[in-house]
Design a binder for this molecule. Structure first.
Ligand code: PLP
Length: 344
């Protein structure tokens, strides 16, 4: 189906590679895992958020915005991508981050600071209660300075951001063609729902014939059923003119692999760190403890005895997150076995 897109900027390094995990997959017998390397969409700007921001930031420019306000956890990959892309485009960026503050900046936060973004950290309770008010107050603050600020929601997950992974689904279509593949499943970490909304719609629009699964890294299945649906509704309402007339978002299956959150958002069990370490050692691919590592482990468990059992080919979308690993290096260090230091 030929697809019309709204305006976008070319910011991401795409197409990203589709890489077969030939050694890691041997443990499963007949299941092969392929990794879509969206951790390679840029260097410091890398990950899944840049695909959405290509559309979001085009819209910001079109609206004449000179400032971006967005929000997330202290180690938000989305905030880091926005901070750097804002700098690249000459826009002021203000990040509203959920505390508590780190004693020494690391990972994403360090890059936020280098990018020159203005950063406001609020304690977690206050943030949860007052986020939308805070965003609006800062927007008004900039209006008083004759600046026009766009508020980008958490993870750039709204109707605009959905396009990022509708377009990525089209890229996957040509990957499948090139590798002569018809995978059964597409699996990835879901956190604010926009990647899942985009892939769910894109899977149908581009006839990928896959089952699209988000592994939730926070909240639960009910929450994500609702959130992904909301993003799809917002997308449909904003872009009625671009979507095929016979396309109905109510016919889309929203599939969640729940049960892999572990101790909580951004808190990973030792098994996740062991998986990160193992994949790095067998394939040279680095996952992160907050998103991709948790989702990858969830996928492995579902292949071994769960909803993905018996599949021949599975696509894992590596959504990035490398810098988040640095903020948790303490937890990782126990799983590093090869370190040997010699004095001399
Ligand atoms: C944000 C993020 C996700 C989740 O994507 P959403 O579109 O927010 O659901 C997954 N992986 C990484 C590394 C992320 O930064």
């Amino acid at each position: 189906m030929p697809m019309q897109y709204p305006i976008k900027l070319n910011l991401a390094q795409t197409p990203t590679p589709l890489q077969l995990l030939s050694r890691y997959s041997q443990r499963f017998g007949n299941t092969r895992i392929w990794v879509k390397r969206d951790d390679l969409t840029g260097a410091a700007t890398s990950g899944n958020k840049i695909r959405k921001l290509e559309f979001t930031l085009a819209e910001a420019q079109q609206q004449g915005c000179d400032t971006l306000i967005t929000c997330g956890g202290l180690q938000s990959n989305h905030c880091r991508s926005t901070a750097l892309l804002g700098a690249q485009l000459g826009l002021k960026v203000h990040l509203i981050l959920r505390g508590p503050m780190e004693t020494q900046s690391d990972g994403n936060l360090l890059l936020d600071q280098i990018s020159g973004a203005k950063i406001s950290v609020y304690n977690a309770k206050f943030y949860a209660k007052n986020l939308s008010k805070l965003l609006q107050q800062w927007q008004q603050h900039y209006a008083q300075q004759q600046r026009k600020a766009m508020i980008i929601p958490t993870g750039a997950s709204d109707g605009i951001g959905v396009w990022g992974y509708v377009a990525a689904a089209q890229e996957l279509k040509s990957d499948f063609h090139q590798h002569q593949l018809q995978p059964q499943h597409i699996v990835f970490a879901t956190g604010s729902g926009g990647t899942q909304a985009g892939l769910t719609a894109g899977n149908a629009l581009h006839d990928l014939n896959c089952k699209v699964w988000g592994v939730n890294v926070c909240d639960d299945e009910t929450y994500f059923q609702h959130k992904v649906k909301q993003d799809l509704i917002d997308w449909q309402q904003r872009y009625v003119d671009l979507l095929p007339t016979d396309f109905d978002i109510n016919s889309l299956d929203i599939n969640i692999l729940d049960g892999h959150v572990g101790p909580g958002y951004a808190k990973a069990e030792p098994e996740v760190f062991a998986t990160i370490s193992e994949l790095a050692q067998t394939e040279g691919v680095i996952l992160d403890p907050v998103y991709s590592g948790k989702a990858f482990l969830g996928m492995v468990k579902e292949i071994q005895h769960g909803k993905l059992a018996g599949a021949k080919d599975i696509i894992f979308i590596h959504t990035g997150g490398l810098f988040g690993l640095y903020a948790q290096k303490q937890q990782l260090s126990e799983h590093l076995t090869t370190l040997e230091m010699t004095q001399g």
